[in-house]
Design a protein around this ligand. Structure first.
Ligand code: NAD
Length: 249
């Protein structure tokens, strides 16, 4: 399968990340269907994709997207609560909460349902791909696809390959990432470690910042201020955790 064969994308979980991921796909020409669990969650995601801080209306207001492009983009988006509606997708991007058992059960369910040629990509923050892929029979078509928050804005996507991931799957996902105007970074799966490149380094830094806080050396605000002012970081380690959880809304 190549990028051009991907006509329909299914996003599992329309939360902070799934919404931004779906928004990026529709803005780059992919028809996309988002599955979440109830009307309220779906409405919240739709509102954030359209009217939120990084929403599509803002792109129109700032002159980055024409009204015609906006109309075409929104027309590529649909939502469902019924997992059966994902049957015909060419690519699944899973963005349900970071819970290993939940992710595995979601993938096993999808594996029995979605057409055999479809690629399964997970936005896990750190679970090993060679473990998650045991939940499916298509281990060659299973890959890590780790975005950064806010998904519509941040450029890198870590493409994590396990020993079972085929070269074709890696190449297709690199092509998809380029079509999304993101930066694909190929990363080898590291079972036994949590996080790929970004999160391993970032979590180590957050852990140290928390120790400094617990030891009473400085307040949270001052820890962030040192890193922002001293190292020119746009946000400090503790502020970063709060922002990522909310999608910076
Ligand atoms: N927030 C971040 O900064 C960030 C960054 C990169 C990766 N991630 C990863 O992305 C994934 C999602 O994180 P999030 O912050 O978007 O979480 P979130 O809680 O905002 O969204 C998860 C969504 O999945 C839905 N969901 C739960 N079970 C489902 C199911 N069976 N089918 C369909 N939808 C289901 C929930 O209702 C919710 O809307 C996690 O694996 C997380 O580690 C998060």
């Amino acid at each position: 399968m190549s990028v051009d064969d991907i006509k329909l994308v299914g996003v599992m979980g329309g939360g902070v990340m799934g919404g931004g991921i779906a928004q990026t796909f529709i803005a780059h020409g992919f028809k996309t269907i988002v599955r979440d669990l109830n009307d309220d969650l779906i409405e919240k995601t739709r509102a954030s994709m359209i009217e939120g801080r990084f929403g599509l209306k803002g792109s129109v207001d700032r002159g980055k997207m024409s009204q015609a492009d906006y109309d075409a983009t929104v027309a590529r988006l649909s939502f469902t609560q019924d997992v059966n509606d994902l049957r015909d997708v060419d690519l699944i991007v899973e963005a349900v909460p970071e819970n290993l058992d939940l992710k595995k059960s979601v993938f096993t369910e999808l594996d029995g349902l979605v057409k055999k040629s479809a690629i399964f990509a997970t936005n896990t923050s750190g679970f090993a791909i060679s473990d998650l892929n045991k939940a499916v029979s298509r281990r060659d078509k299973f890959i890590g696809f780790h975005w950064f928050s806010p998904a519509f804005i941040m450029k890198p996507i870590e493409i994590i390959y396990a020993p079972e991931t085929s070269q074709e799957t890696i190449d297709t996902m690199v092509g998809v990432t380029q079509k999304l105007e993101k930066a694909p970074i190929r990363v080898k799966d590291a079972p036994g470690k949590y996080g790929f490149v970004g999160n391993r380094i970032y979590f180590a830094m957050v852990a140290e910042a928390r120790k400094v806080l617990e030891e009473g050396i400085a307040s949270a605000e001052d820890i962030d201020a040192v890193m922002q002012l001293g190292y020119n970081w746009p946000v400090g380690p503790l502020g970063m955790t709060r922002g990522a959880r909310s999608g910076w809304q």
